[in-house]
Design a protein. Structure first.
Length: 375
């Protein structure tokens, strides 16, 4: 008898574009949760802005000493918690989902495959974590191949009829997977709004944590990134060919005119112009762009605290004004080879630094209002 292909797909789930309507950029983890919950019939109010805001990712900023490359902990990671899945857990908890996380090391790859396919058979997506700590929403399978959506997958390789990507070499790359056991959407109320405000204040006011050394968090990250932009000595040795692929990795010493404390500068960080552009400039602007989501969230739900609604909308305005500087900077540098080469121009970087300090002022104004409301 011929082999019968075993397959199942959860249809009509679309990946989110990296840039949505030219208004804001996606941050890791949240789009995958959003698409999983949408596939399970989440109500309309549980949108990207909502999940980004209640999770804290909309206002979370971090800048590691020097220039963090993608081979290590990214600036978009959760620095306040020792658990690398803390953000994912929080957003699922607050959305009303119950779940189980398993590692492949504990379960074994065959048991993992069976778990994933059994969930998809029930019409429930599965979140998969690959070796680079990014998450993928598994929405279907065909024999032993898995298919789904992620902001990191190549849009040119989306396959008909569903427009999903095949997860390449998933058996070798899969580290962990999250099974959604149940989903009862939690409504936004005054208590959840207040909890979200407290988290936003904590993320802004926590500027260092011991286990991450000199990594600058919250409002301190604006100072840290601005400072690194104006240390011309660390840019001088880097190539600036208009084709980033031709820029060679610099392996020499990076000098500074003043002595720095031990561990202050990451000598193992990004050491090409392109790496600094995408893991420094671009990543930080994507984080700052989350402010636009938080501003919309505050404006939408301010009425849940009637005595403070006017002040919350004022805070939303400050977050929006800070976010303006994320877009302003793309007027100096574009996301292409020519733009990367311009990143070596100190006038461009100085403009970046100045805009970051302006964004910091508006952030502090917004946070002071949130603190007032909490009190």
């Amino acid at each position: 008898m011929p082999n019968i292909k075993k397959e199942k797909f959860i249809a009509n789930v679309k990946p989110l574009q990296e840039s949505m309507d030219g208004d804001y950029y996606l941050l890791q983890d949240i789009p995958e949760v959003f698409r999983a919950l949408q596939a399970m019939g989440a109500p309309e109010y549980i949108d990207y802005d909502y999940l980004l805001s209640v999770s804290g990712m909309a206002v979370k900023l971090a800048w590691q000493p020097g220039w963090a490359g993608r081979e290590g902990l990214s600036n978009q990671a959760d620095f306040l918690n020792g658990d690398s899945n803390a953000t994912l857990k929080r957003v699922l908890d607050l959305a009303g989902a119950r779940y189980t996380i398993k590692t492949v090391a504990e379960a074994g790859i065959e048991a993992a495959k069976n778990d994933i396919m059994a969930s998809i058979d029930r019409g429930v997506p599965v979140l998969l974590r690959e070796e680079n700590c990014s998450w993928f929403t598994a929405l279907g399978y065909s024999d032993d191949e898995l298919y789904g959506v992620s902001i990191f997958t190549d849009r040119k390789k989306r396959l008909p009829p569903h427009g999903y990507n095949k997860l390449e070499d998933w058996r070798d790359k899969l580290e962990a997977y999250l099974l959604i056991d149940a989903f009862e959407p939690r409504a936004m109320d005054a208590a959840l709004l207040l909890d979200t405000l407290k988290l936003a204040v904590r993320l802004a006011r926590t500027t260092r944590v011991d286990r991450h050394g000199d990594t600058a968090l919250g409002t301190a990250s604006f100072d840290a990134v601005a400072e690194m932009m104006v240390w011309d000595e660390s840019f001088e040795p880097l190539d600036n060919h208009k084709n980033p692929k031709k820029n060679k990795r610099y392996e020499g010493e990076l000098s500074f005119p003043y002595e720095r404390p031990e561990g202050y500068y990451r000598t193992d960080g990004a050491r090409t112009l392109g790496e600094r552009f995408y893991t420094g400039y671009c990543d930080f602007l994507c984080m700052l762009n989350g402010y636009s989501s938080f501003a919309r969230f505050l404006d939408k739900y301010a009425g849940l605290l009637p005595a403070h609604s006017k002040r919350l909308r004022e805070a939303a305005g400050y977050y929006s004004r800070a976010c303006v500087y994320a877009d302003e900077l793309w007027k100096y540098v574009t996301n292409d080879g020519k733009g990367v080469a311009k990143f070596k121009n100190k006038d461009v970087r100085y403009a970046f630094a100045a805009h970051m300090l302006r964004a910091k002022i508006y952030t502090i104004k917004a946070v002071e209002i949130l603190e007032e409301v909490i009190r």
